[in-house]
Design a protein around this ligand. Structure first.
Ligand code: PEP
Ligand code: MG
Length: 863
């Protein structure tokens, strides 16, 4: 039978899967000889057993952990359940992947009516003993017995009111005793400590499935099968008196990455008081001033831990009666900017290699370099300020609850979530908010940690703001009232709140970021191109490291106001001459656009896709627009309406689009080819090195490619002859239909490249309409019918299989074909890693995803 219980001196930091992150690190710190209150861990395997058994603990588990408990008692010199010398325990969750605050914890376990008196006697501190007992009852009742915590808070508030008290520190031992008497009317607390322990272990396992834990796992792609471990540890007390306290610290600044020990601390407080944001903590220097020896011990410990783990650590510590204890260490969550700075500096310090640095940065974190910041020039009156918990600039309408945030965001509105403090129950609201503002809490509060993790702008500890959630108002120190729905801007870097929509500046790079990207380029095999068609997008893409354009959607070049009616005129032409006159105008537009792109992308390939969408997409929809078009191109209303009717399709996504347009309207293709090649020749004349690649979309059959290639070749030859110049070009196809993938061997000889259009390929393989899937995909995800939205992350099983088959079959027929991907998946880190595995030559994505793609591609190669 597998071992289910591990003492803290029996595990190691690499045992995270079995012992959870928290437990594995407690073991590691114990082995390092650090002052960790002793304890033991029940494994994640046991959690899985528990669920497999229909939520029942395995038979022999209690016997097993009682043996461990005996050893803990020996080490601590006190006894669980002994009123004369009581040992109290914390019972905490701990998953293999950090899920801060998402599951449940019970503290001070092992108290009952007798033992609390013993604790009071032994410590000589009855106030402390009864405070612990009331905290325990509250927590146990809430977590284990499912009693609403608000009732207990209410009982405390009522008592304080009746007795003219307002703060907890004004409560004496007798006061807490009276409150406890009241609590006991609300809940039937098991008096047997061993029963308490058993129930608490069960409750922690169960908390793997709380709604907030489920949401968090979904958001972070954490598999449900992991399960949680249970950490059972001797209690130490930061709330023992004025020579005690609790704190949270980071070995480097988690907001900007500076190599500076950074932390927050509260005297005479339990750990949960620091993180919950109930009191605004002191900076760690307060400890240096008042307890220099303890501070030194803390400082040495954090240094040792960072060097040992070779990563920035987030630590929790407690001081009881002047003695230092370390309770937790884990890799610290950090902002995107901080993660890059820390990774690059650690390489320079010789702590990690450049390959490791690349793996330390989450591709999503790179977005921090790409986020807008509030323009200092545009800053108006600052109406409130707080702690700069998570950088970025955000503007939105004020909402006061997570539910409201979700409601308003669903309407397409940008919202700023304003709360006194956040708790894990707010996670769904935080997820959709542009920014988060809290009255309470420090840099390590829930709001700060979660927002940083999500890369959402946040300001915490905005103490001068008085929030009245029920009334839907927040009042500033000067009496200004912000109401629900008012537009405010947050500057998460400065911690400042402003009224109205303040302009932002585009995100800027940093030397560290460039260094990291250079390392990424050194290690990646996949080349990265951009999906771009405007000069601005192409220039941005180039700046961000694009090695070419992987998809230029030519239809996007016709939508500008002065062009659309020319396109419409062409579609509605009644004679060949009329159509040709419009085509000449369109050719001119396209020529100029392509020339500009060739100049910007000098020497880099540009894959230009022939017109793809159904023609009716270009026609007007409203009566007003139809009338305006009629006047502009001088055609009767009726003719336009008839054309709209004629071009309408039952299933436009499966209709006259893609290469089918070239088959039915070869003159459009001829025009596009002339524009592409004449622009390339003009670019060449100007000294550039254009590399045009013409891409045929939505192919199902090699005869389509042959017929269209003939049109293309003919067009190219005639333009080259006219200009007496020649140019190299490629013709390839987009792999967007299952049939194209299944018959790739037959396409191989007729193309030089294949670019997987995985948007359409996903649509056609699933039979899920790209435009309507958002209506049912959430239900599919909630019901776990699918694990991920296949339009976001490539479905490796189906789409991946088609791609793999297409590559293998076509390679067999012809060597030297280049393979790329240009669907949205080309910018998704998980999909990019898969494309690396498939051996594609390049990924193509929107310009702002390029740095992310470069890093993900490198990660795929060094992982
Ligand atoms: C695709 O289908 O994946 C693609 C890139 O083309 P579009 O999104 O323009 O249909
Ligand atoms: Mg497509």
């Amino acid at each position: 039978m597998a071992k289910r219980v591990y003492l803290f001196n029996e595990g190691h930091k690499d045992d995270q899967d079995l012992l959870g992150g928290k437990g594995a690190n407690l073991c590691e710190m114990t082995n390092l000889g650090l002052p960790v209150p002793f304890g033991f861990i029940i494994t994640t395997d046991t959690c899985r057993e528990f669920f497999a058994n229909g939520n029942k603990l395995p038979n022999r588990l209690e016997q097993e952990y009682r043996v461990a408990l005996d050893l803990v008692e020996q080490k601590m010199g006190s006894h669980f359940g002994d009123p004369d010398n009581p040992l109290l325990l914390s019972v905490r969750s701990g998953a293999p992947v950090s899920m801060p605050g998402m599951m449940d914890t019970v503290l001070n376990l092992g108290l009952n009516d007798d033992i609390v008196e013993g604790l009071a006697r032994k410590t000589g501190n009855p106030r402390f003993a009864y405070d612990c007992y009331r905290r325990f009852i509250q927590m146990f009742a809430n977590v284990v017995l499912g009693v609403d915590g608000a009732q207990f808070e209410q009982a405390i508030d009522d008592y304080k009111k009746e007795n003219n008290k307002s703060l907890d520190i004004e409560m004496e031992a007798e006061d807490w005793q009276r409150v406890i008497d009241h609590f006991k009317q609300l809940v039937d607390l098991p008096q047997d400590p061993f029963r308490q322990l058993l129930l608490a272990v069960e409750a922690v396992f169960q908390s793997w499935h709380t709604p907030r834990a489920n949401v968090y796992r979904e958001m972070n792609n954490i598999p449900e099968s992991l399960g949680t471990a249970v950490n059972i540890q001797s209690m130490v007390y930061g709330n023992f008196g004025d020579d005690s306290g609790s704190g949270v610290a980071f070995t480097r600044n988690p907001s900007n990455g500076e190599k500076l020990f950074f932390g927050e601390f509260l005297f005479n407080a339990a750990g949960e008081d620091v993180v919950s944001g109930i009191r605004t903590p002191l900076p760690i220097d307060a400890l240096k001033d008042q307890m220099p020896d303890v501070y030194q011990q803390l400082f040495d410990t954090q240094l040792l831990l960072e060097n040992h783990y070779r990563d920035m650590q987030d630590i929790e510590f407690t001081i009881q009666e002047g003695r230092f204890y370390i309770l937790q260490t884990r890799s610290g969550k950090r902002t995107g900017r901080a993660s890059v700075k820390i990774a690059v500096e650690m390489v320079k310090e010789g702590l990690i290699t450049d390959k490791e640095a690349l793996l330390r940065v989450s591709p999503e974190h790179v977005e921090a370099f790409l986020h807008p910041m509030v323009d200092p020039q545009g800053k108006k009156d600052i109406i409130a300020s707080g702690l700069p918990a998570s950088p970025g600039g955000a503007t939105g309408a004020v909402v006061f609850s997570a539910d409201e945030a979700v409601q308003e965001a669903a309407k397409g509105d940008k919202v700023i979530l304003v709360r006194r403090e956040t708790t894990p129950e707010d996670i769904h609201g935080m997820k959709v908010a542009e920014g988060i503002l809290t009255e309470l809490g420090g840099m390590t509060s829930h709001a700060a940690v979660v927002a940083r993790g999500m890369g959402v702008c946040a300001i915490t500890g905005c103490n001068k703001l008085t929030i009245d959630t029920a009334a839907g108002t927040a009042t500033t120190a000067s009496g200004q009232i912000i109401k629900r729905g008012d537009i405010i801007t947050l500057d998460g870097l400065a911690g400042e709140v402003m009224l109205g929509d303040i302009p932002k500046i585009a995100a800027s790079s940093s030397d560290d970021f460039q260094t990291l990207l250079n390392w990424a380029d050194k290690y990646r095999k996949l080349s990265v191109r951009a999906n771009a068609e405007t000069p601005e997008d192409a220039a941005k893409a180039l700046e961000l490291g694009a090695e070419g354009i992987g998809l230029c959607r030519t239809e996007h070049m016709f939508f500008a106001a002065e062009r659309i009616d020319v396109m419409r005129g062409m579609i509605l032409s009644e004679t060949r001459e009329e159509r040709e006159s419009y085509l000449v105008q369109l050719e001119k537009f396209q020529h100029d656009d392509f020339l500009e792109l060739f100049r910007i992308m000098d020497g880099k390939p540009i894959t230009i896709r022939l017109l793809d969408p159904p023609l009716h997409e270009f026609l007007p929809h409203t009566e007003d627009d139809i009338a305006a078009l009629s006047a502009h191109i001088n055609k009767p209303l009726e003719l336009i309406k008839n054309a709209i009717r004629d071009l309408a399709e039952v299933n436009p996504m499966l209709g006259l689009r893609g290469c089918r347009l070239s088959i039915v309207h070869p003159e459009i293709t001829e025009m596009q080819v002339r524009a592409i090649i004449s622009a390339a020749l003009a670019a060449k004349e100007q000294g550039c090195h254009p590399l045009p690649e013409i891409m045929i979309p939505l192919v199902v059959n090699v005869r389509e490619i042959r017929m269209i290639s003939e049109i293309i070749d003919r067009g190219i030859q005639s333009v080259m002859k006219e200009k007496s110049l020649s140019i190299r070009y490629k013709i390839g196809t987009m792999m967007e239909t299952p049939r194209a993938c299944l018959g790739a061997d037959r396409l191989a000889n007729d193309v030089e490249f294949m670019s997987f259009g995985t948007n359409d390929l996903t649509q056609m393989t699933y039979g899920f309409s790209r435009d309507d899937a958002a209506k049912f995909i959430p239900a599919y995800l909630t019901n776990k019918i699918i694990e991920m939205d296949p339009f976001v992350s490539l479905d490796q099983r189906a789409i991946g299989k088609l791609m793999k088959m297409a590559i293998k079959d076509s390679k067999r027929k012809k060597k030297g074909i280049k393979y790329g991907i240009c669907g949205e998946h080309g910018g998704d880190p998980r999909s990019i890693k898969y494309c690396h595995k498939l051996g594609l030559d390049y990924v193509s994505c929107s310009p702002y995803r390029i740095p992310i793609a470069r890093i993900a591609a490198a990660q795929a190669n060094v992982e």
